[in-house]
Design a protein around this ligand. Structure first.
Ligand code: NAP
Length: 328
């Protein structure tokens, strides 16, 4: 009981919970010993070229999983592959190229996986960006929305039939604690109105990921596929250094290591408890509220509208069973 109170106090204090302090205090209460072996299971991690994606992939590889390292740059992907093999001794690592901000690139990746009848047990949607200025993807969508929401929406929906062949399929969406500050804005998903505030726009895409997680959980109920969102706290990664240099300078001594930030990703993919529920928002191995601030709640209609808009913009439709390589 005291443990839970301290944990919640850390969480609400933000700095206490999100920094390495929170991780160090909470991890003392966790069951000692290893997570279950993941031998024979295949995990796809997007954004595996560095930061949390690399750390999560390494964590899964250390448990014996086969890894699909999804990256947009072949050289950085190869560097990750070599590094993970060196550190874990696990050679079952395959680099897959995909630009998550391009719907065509997402479709091409799925077509390659389907063509070779790829086994897939865990999908980790980790790749993310925080553009400082309003930028458009190759498809003409605002870049944070394209990379953090639309690409993963299409990737996930196209891969669900593949995941359903697994005896224990899991989807993990890497969101951010920053999403607490924003509400869902279905009327302006691509931030066309007002001035562009990169951090707020990013946080809105992270809110959308959490809402999509809940919508997937409802749609996938009874299928065996569980879906979770998580936030890593504040971890020292290339992304934080480059996108938030001032924040990085101020918080550097307190930031988590990428491994500490990625711990809950690996736990959600490997441990037994996350199989027992779906649609949750997790941090440091515990389910967390999805709203803390007034005015950030969305209605059921707004949630459904997000789904419809993602379908419309990505060209993916629920009733339509897409075939390998099929373009729409
Ligand atoms: N670090 C934190 O404190 C923190 C806090 C909250 C949430 N998060 C979330 O955690 C996730 C990982 O963040 P991070 O801190 O590790 O960031 P990072 O160091 O910038 O890593 C982001 C990864 O995403 C990849 N990526 C970006 N755009 C892509 C695209 N269009 N296609 C394919 N891959 C793409 C990057 O590839 P390149 O190497 O090619 O750029 C990189 O591998 C993100 O979703 C972020 O929002 C992080």
């Amino acid at each position: 009981m005291l443990g839970r109170l301290i944990d919640t106090a850390l969480d609400r204090s933000v700095v206490g919970g999100y920094t390495r302090l929170g991780y160090l205090i909470r991890s003392r209460a966790w069951e000692p010993g290893q997570l279950p072996s993941m031998a024979g299971r295949t995990v796809l991690v997007t954004g595996a070229s560095g930061g949390l994606g690399l750390a999560a992939a390494e964590g899964f590889a250390a448990l014996g999983a086969r890894l699909l390292l999804v990256v947009r740059d072949a050289q950085r992907g190869e560097r990750s592959r070599e590094l993970i093999e060196q550190r874990t001794g696990n050679p079952q690592l395959q680099v897959e190229l995909c630009d998550l901000s391009s719907l065509q690139s997402v479709r091409a990746l799925v077509a390659r996986l389907q063509a070779r009848d790829q086994q897939l047990d865990v999908l980790v949607n980790n790749a993310g960006v925080l553009p400082r200025a309003r930028t458009l993807s190759a498809d003409g969508f605002e870049l944070a929305f394209a990379t953090n929401v639309l690409g993963p929406f299409l990737l996930t929906n196209l891969l669900i039939p593949v995941l359903q062949r697994s005896p224990d399929p899991r989807i993990i969406n890497v969101s951010s604690g920053g999403m607490y500050t924003q509400r869902l804005r279905v009327d302006d998903l691509e931030s066309e109105r007002g001035s562009f505030d990169g951090a707020a726009v990013y946080a809105r895409t992270k809110r959308a990921q959490v809402v999509l997680t809940q919508l997937w959980a409802a749609r996938l109920a009874g299928t065996g596929v569980v879906v979770h969102a998580m936030h890593p706290g504040w971890a020292d990664t290339p992304g934080v250094r480059e996108s938030l240099p001032r924040f990085h300078r101020l918080t550097a001594p307190l930031l988590r290591t990428p491994q500490q930030g990625a711990d809950t990703i690996v736990w959600l993919g490997a441990a037994a408890p996350p199989r027992a529920s779906s649609g949750g928002f997790w941090h440091d191995r515990r389910r967390r509220p999805t709203h803390l601030l007034p005015g950030t709640r969305e209605s059921a209609a707004q949630r459904e509208r997000l789904w419809e808009e993602c379908c419309r913009r990505s060209g993916w439709h629920e009733q339509f069973q897409e075939q390998p390589g099929q373009e729409r």
